[in-house]
Design a protein around this ligand. Structure first.
Ligand code: GLN
Length: 199
């Protein structure tokens, strides 16, 4: 697969930044809003935004079930921030009726860094993408509270009050980060995902 077609869910959130990053990696980036568009992609990115809203829109646009089916059959998906919440099998600090797509055997806490913490940056070492540490931007971000044995931890916060909290994970073809690499100039997370898709 030389130039995989990578969709970015564009119902809500910062889809445009992800589309640009994917183009930079030499893959073909396309917005996804309909089931036919979902069926046509080799992989999908779930952007940051508001997971409660995205989950409602996924149902309204009749994408929730098709997406679950494709994930079960191995579709590579990368979720950033709200996208991480959507990929979690279990969530905390969410409205009782908030649904996720699921797929990753983990419990994710929404707004985990505290509601008062709107946004901050932290140097997150991610050995899988190499040196230096990732200058990670967190915006009302979740973290991974608990992860099952099939979930590989790729990165943890280093230093500060949240020292050691898990913020980057992979389970098979699914990748998730609490932070927003699409808002920085560092393309290594997107390049890593494109490599996963090519692999
Ligand atoms: N707090 C948001 C949510 O729960 C996620 C924030 C983000 O994606 N930047 O969906």
């Amino acid at each position: 697969m030389s130039a995989p077609k990578i969709g970015v869910l564009a119902l809500q959130g910062d889809a445009r930044e992800h589309l640009r990053r994917i183009d930079d990696c030499g893959a073909t980036a396309v917005p996804v809003r309909r089931e036919a568009e979902l069926e046509a992609v080799d992989a999908l990115i779930l952007p940051g935004g508001e997971s409660t809203t995205m989950s409602k829109l996924l149902n309204r646009f009749e994408l929730m079930d098709p997406l679950r089916v494709r994930i079960r059959s191995g579709l590579p998906v990368y979720g950033s921030c709200a996208g991480m919440i959507l990929l979690a099998d279990r969530i905390l600090d969410a409205p009782p009726d908030q649904e996720t797509i699921g797929g990753m055997d983990m419990t994710v806490r929404r707004n985990a860094f505290g509601r008062q913490v709107e946004s901050f940056e932290n140097e997150v070492p991610i050995p899988a993408v190499g040196q230096p540490s990732f200058a990670a931007v967190f915006i009302r971000a979740p973290w991974v509270e608990q992860a099952g044995p099939s979930v590989e931890v790729l990165g943890r916060v280093s230093g500060g009050a949240a020292d050691g909290k898990v913020v980057a994970v992979r389970q098979g073809a699914l990748l998730a980060t609490s932070f927003h690499p699409e808002l920085t100039d560092d393309g290594r997370i997107h390049a890593f995902f494109v490599d996963m898709v090519r692999g």
